[in-house]
Design a protein around this ligand. Structure first.
Ligand code: SAH
Length: 347
C-alpha cells in the first residue's frame, strides 16, 4: 500500500507542499480538496505536484462501495480501503444533527461474544487517515462542506474495532479531525467507546482531548463479564471504574456506560440493583440498549418490557440512564453484520 495523505495534519501537508518547492496556496488547495473527499487525481493542484504525490500516496484511500438506506432514514455504508479490505459505518439522522458511527480497525481481537465485528478476529488497524476518510466520504455524499457547513455533526467511535487497541492512530485522528485548520469538529461532539482497556483510558486522560468517554460494561461482576467479554480477564471492573474516576479528575468530563441487555445474562432486576450500587454517586450516565441479535451468535435480546423495567429500576435507584432505540435494524443495524453478510454473499 502507498502512504495516505489524509493521515497528515494541515501543518504537515503545508510542509510537504513547501518541501516540494510549491507555493503556499497549493497547500490550501490540497488540504481543502482532501477534506472535501476528492480523489487526489481530481484535486486542482499543479499537475507536477499531483503527479509527484500520486507516485507515493493513495488516490482514494477510503471509497464508498455501497449505501443502504433504512426506513427511518439511517444509512449504512460499506467502504473499500486501498488494499481491498472492507469496513462499515452508519449515519443516524436526528433532529439536532447527523451522527456517524466509524470503525477504527478491520475486525477486532477483543472477542466479545455478542459482537459480530470480532467473528474473524483482527485483520489490521486503520490509519488515522482511514478513520477520517470515512467521515469525509460520508460528509461529501450528504452534501456537507467544511467546518460550520458539515453534514456530519457528531461522530461516535463505535464501529468495528477497539479504539484503544489502535491508540496512536486514533489519537492522531482525533487531533486532526478537531484541528481548526482541518475538518474543525469539536471534541465535545465526538464519543469514543472502549471495552475497558483501563491503562489506555488513563493515558488518554492526559491527551487533553475533551471528548465523551464511553465504556462498554455489560455486566456487574467480573465473573459474569468474563462470560461475554474476554477482556474482563485483563482488567477488572474496579480497575475500569478507577480509570473513569481518574478521567473525570483530569478532564472534568462525565463518562458514559454502555449496557446491552441480554436475556438470561445481565438483564434481571437484581442486575439493575447491583449496577446502581456499583455506580452510585458517580458522575456518569448509563446507555441501555437491547442486544442487537447477531445471526452467528446464540445470545438473545432482553424483551422490551424487561428493558423498560430495568431502566425504571436504575432510575429509581438514582442512576441517570436512558434506553436507546435501535436504529436502522432493517438494514443490519447490529455491529459488524453488514460486512460479514456482504463478504459471505460475494465470495
Ligand atoms: N470496541 C469498542 C467500540 C465498538 S462496539 C467497545 O467495545 O466499546 C460499540 C458498542 O456496541 C459497545 O458498547 C459494544 O459492546 C456494543 N455492541 C457490540 N455488539 C453489539 C450487539 N450485538 N448488540 C448491542 N450492542 C453491541
Amino acid at each position: 500500500m502507498k502512504q495516505i495523505l489524509q493521515d497528515k495534519s494541515a501543518a504537515e501537508l503545508a510542509e510537504l507542499v513547501r518541501a516540494a518547492g510549491e507555493k503556499p496556496f497549493r497547500a490550501r488547495q490540497l488540504s481543502e480538496g482532501l477534506l472535501h473527499a476528492k480523489p487526489l487525481s481530481q484535486i486542482p493542484v499543479s499537475p507536477a505536484l499531483r503527479a509527484r504525490l500520486l507516485e507515493e500516496y493513495e488516490d482514494e484511500p477510503v471509497r464508498i462501495e455501497r449505501v443502504f438506506t433504512a426506513k427511518d432514514g439511517t444509512q449504512k455504508f460499506l467502504f473499500a480501503l486501498a488494499d481491498g479490505n472492507l469496513i462499515e459505518g452508519v449515519l443516524m439522522k436526528y433532529k439536532y444533527g447527523n451522527t456517524q458511527c466509524v470503525s477504527t480497525q478491520v475486525g477486532c481481537r477483543m472477542g466479545c461474544k455478542f459482537c459480530a465485528s470480532t467473528l474473524g478476529g483482527l485483520v489490521r488497524n486503520l490509519t488515522a487517515g482511514e478513520i477520517l476518510g470515512q467521515i469525509l466520504a460520508v460528509n461529501r455524499l450528504a452534501g456537507g462542506g467544511l467546518r460550520e457547513k458539515r453534514a456530519v455533526t457528531n461522530v461516535v467511535l463505535m464501529g468495528s474495532g477497539e479504539p484503544f487497541d489502535n491508540y496512536d492512530q486514533v489519537v492522531r485522528f482525533l487531533r486532526n479531525v478537531t484541528d481548526g485548520e482541518g475538518f474543525g469538529m469539536s471534541a465535545r461532539n465526538i464519543s469514543l467507546s472502549t471495552c475497558g482497556l483501563a491503562d489506555r483510558m488513563r493515558a488518554f486522560a492526559g491527551e487533553g482531548i475533551p471528548l465523551n468517554l464511553t465504556v462498554s460494561l455489560h455486566a456487574v461482576t467480573d465473573e459474569e463479564r468474563a462470560r461475554t467479554m474476554p477482556v474482563a480477564r485483563a482488567f477488572s471492573i474496579r480497575e475500569i471504574l478507577d480509570a473513569c474516576t481518574y478521567y473525570f479528575e483530569r478532564t472534568g468530563r462525565r463518562y458514559i456506560f454502555e449496557y446491552s441487555l441480554i436475556a438470561g445474562e445481565n438483564a434481571d432486576l437484581a442486575h439493575a440493583d447491583a449496577l446502581a450500587q456499583l455506580l452510585r454517586g458517580r458522575p456518569c450516565h448509563v446507555n441501555l440498549i437491547r442486544l442487537n441479535e447477531v445471526k452467528e451468535r446464540s445470545l438473545r435480546a432482553a424483551d422490551e418490557a424487561n428493558a423498560q423495567a430495568f431502566l425504571k429500576r436504575l432510575t429509581e435507584r438514582g442512576i441517570s440512564a436512558t434506553l436507546r432505540r435501535s436504529m436502522g435494524s432493517d438494514i443490519g443495524g447490529a455491529c459488524g453484520q453488514l460486512r460479514v453478510s456482504y463478504i459471505n454473499d460475494n465470495l
